[in-house]
Design a protein around this ligand. Structure first.
Ligand SMILES: Cc1cc2nc3c(=O)[nH]c(=O)nc-3n(C[C@H](O)[C@H](O)[C@H](O)COP(=O)(O)OP(=O)(O)OC[C@H]3O[C@@H](n4cnc5c(N)ncnc54)[C@H](O)[C@@H]3O)c2cc1C
Length: 317
């Protein structure tokens, strides 16, 4: 079922969902199941599965360093199929511009259709680790707008090199990213919102936001998006802080601010067990206020162990 239909069916009730990251190549999927199992009692209608960029690694060979391009966490689509089958839940693969040619993207979408995966998140992807700025892959897309267009073209039967007239065309429901504190490369929040509007005008059906820790930023973002004519559902992404290092890491990687009260509470913790508890309590407060404001879904970035997301979900669902 499409995410937008799940939202309609919920009739104003806030839904619970979360995002997971594929395991490192070679690891069993069992650990992932062990972390997902405790969350299924909260009946998520969908689970997102991230896609990781390819990266260069260096292997020593005959005394020299051999440079190899690899993907350490492949298997997004396989995991989506497994979770769908095991839990009877909709799964949303993240489809990236970076690292994929348009042809590869087309084949991925064809696989999604055979697997009856109806929802995809269309994302540009970040720059590769060794690059300062995102550089489009040869034969791939530069911006998520182009990816949204490719997916919508396929929904119309317009493949890259063929036009297919069929009654079995895909009807992908497309999610895109939004940034309450603006994307790190955007010159202003207003310009970033214009880009978001372009994605929606090209056919994106819903927006999932980057993590934020101050709900006022989310509310202002939604208001500005609505003023700009973005009418699709906007789903807040919530991450519970889990370790002290997040105080530096999250602003650095995601270009977001942390509220003073949260910083002070985390700094006062004597170990990461206490930090995890502070993270849970903060996320519960955030979630309650967001639900009160009528958000369609509360979407959690679980990243590994799910005990904290379970503790939050228990208070809300
Ligand atoms: C909910 C969510 C899930 C994510 N999942 C993943 C994942 O699984 N894997 C992963 O690698 N990354 C993921 N990301 C991170 C995302 O890939 C990065 O934030 C990336 O840098 C931008 O992706 P985007 O789709 O927002 O890009 P875009 O919408 O293409 O925007 C990128 C930048 O370009 C600007 N821009 C857009 N169009 C134009 C234009 N025509 N001209 C000039 N500038 C333009 C925008 O303002 C923005 O600054 C996720 C992010 C979110 C919020």
């Amino acid at each position: 079922m499409k995410i937008t239909d799940h939202i309609k069916k919920a009739n104003g009730e806030t839904l619970f969902s979360f995002e997971i990251v594929p395991p490192v190549k070679g690891k069993s999927i069992q650990e992932l199941y062990n972390n997902i199992d405790p969350l299924m009692e909260f009946k998520p209608p969908f689970i997102d599965v991230t896609t990781s960029r390819e990266e260069y690694i260096y292997k020593e060979k005959d005394g020299l360093l051999d440079k190899k391009l690899t993907r350490t966490r492949p298997g997004t689509l396989g995991i989506c199929a497994s979770l769908k089958h095991k839990y009877d839940v909709d799964t949303v693969p993240h489809v990236l511009c970076g690292g994929f040619t348009k042809e590869e993207t087309e084949y991925l979408l064809v696989d999604c259709q055979y697997l009856e995966i109806e929802n995809v998140m269309a994302l540009r992807g970040d720059a590769r680790k060794e690059e300062k700025y995102f550089a489009p892959t040869k034969g791939g897309h530069q911006y998520a707008t182009e990816l949204v267009k490719q997916i919508q073209d396929i929904n119309q039967g317009n493949y890259l090199h063929d036009t297919i007239k069929s009654s079995d065309l895909s009807t992908f429901c497309i999610g895109v990213a939004g940034y309450p504190e603006k994307h790190m490369e955007a010159p202003s929040l207003q310009t970033d919102l214009k880009r978001l509007k372009q994605k929606v005008d090209l056919g994106a059906d819903y927006v999932v936001t980057q993590m934020f820790f101050d709900n006022q930023k989310f509310f202002a973002f939604v208001e500005a998006a609505r003023e700009m004519g973005i009418e699709v559902p906007i789903i807040p992404g919530i991450k519970p802080i889990a370790v002290k290092r997040h105080l530096q890491l999250l602003p650095h990687v995601f270009s977001i601010d942390l509220p003073e009260d949260l910083i002070n509470a985390v700094e006062a913790c004597k170990d990461n067990k206490e930090v995890r508890q502070v993270g849970v309590e903060w996320a519960i407060q955030q979630s309650k206020e967001l639900r009160e404001a009528g958000v369609p879904v509360l979407h959690y970035y679980s990243m590994g162990k799910s005990d904290n997301v379970k503790a939050i979900a228990k208070e809300l669902f």
